[in-house]
Design a binder for this molecule. Structure first.
Ligand SMILES: [Zn+2]
Length: 249
């Protein structure tokens, strides 16, 4: 999926920088020499398909226990200090076991990450998610739920029992109510898992109908994907919205 781009003067100049960065990376390693595998330090993907592929390849490394930990050294910090071009935006849970940069094996400047309890969405969250695609050309937006989500479990219990959680926890419960209502119609012995999957689907659907984002989706410049993370295996499963390759012309 990765395209070979013929360098012009500017990319040749920046290529010199990349070479310097690579050299610095090699020097900074205290273990083996810097990896020469293709995922590091490639240019960021620019299409929805390539962006999703990059995330899933990183996740496979995470699952196997063989991460490359790319873009996490001082050279990368310097390289993105003035400008960033993340290739994906992720809405995920605050859960300490689901940090997007780790589970997708990416680093600094790779992702816009928004995290809320149970991927609850509010106007501020939506604005944060719009920022990447609308202001930065980010080609992929992922809503990522996860196994045994405590926020979803707490919201499920509160709604089931008619309890009001203290403080602004109640706002999370309110935001998750539509997902809870889907549980009632699903025949499952794991209502929390049903609610987790419903929540990412509802959130992704809302974003797909977002007035700013929908035209980008229609033009296939942006894919909005729902996904599910297994705490047990570390694997990310795409649930819906996976981009299809551009139609042949
Ligand atoms: Zn959670």
């Amino acid at each position: 999926m990765n395209r070979v781009v013929r360098p012009n003067r500017r990319t040749l100049l920046s290529g010199a920088l990349v070479g310097t960065v690579a050299a610095l990376t090699a020097c900074s390693s205290t273990e083996a020499p810097a990896s020469t595998t293709s995922a590091f330090p490639e240019a960021p993907p620019t299409t929805p398909e390539a962006a999703l592929q990059r995330l899933l390849e990183g996740n496979q490394r995470w699952v196997k226990g063989d991460p490359q930990n790319p873009n996490r050294d001082p050279a990368r910090r310097q390289a993105v200090a003035q400008e960033q071009k993340p290739f994906a935006a992720v809405l995920s849970c605050i859960d300490s076991r689901v940090p997007p940069e780790l589970i997708f094996d990416v680093g600094l400047g790779d992702l816009f990450v928004t995290r809320t309890g149970g991927e609850a969405v509010s106007p501020v969250v939506t604005g944060s998610l719009e920022y990447g695609p609308l202001a930065n050309g980010t080609p992929l937006l992922m809503v990522l739920g996860h196994q045994r989500c405590g926020a979803v479990k707490a919201a499920h219990a509160a709604l089931r029992d008619g309890e009001t959680l203290p403080g602004h926890l109640a706002d999370i419960v309110t935001a998750l109510q539509p997902a809870y209502e889907q549980v009632a119609t699903a025949k499952s012995d794991d209502p929390i898992d049903v609610m987790v999957r419903a929540q990412v689907e509802l959130a992704a659907n809302d974003l797909r109908s977002n007035p700013g984002l929908a035209p980008l989706v229609t033009k296939q410049e942006l894919a909005i994907v729902s996904a599910y993370y297994s705490l047990d295996t570390g694997a990310v499963e795409v649930l819906s919205g996976a981009p299809t390759p551009p139609a042949e012309k």
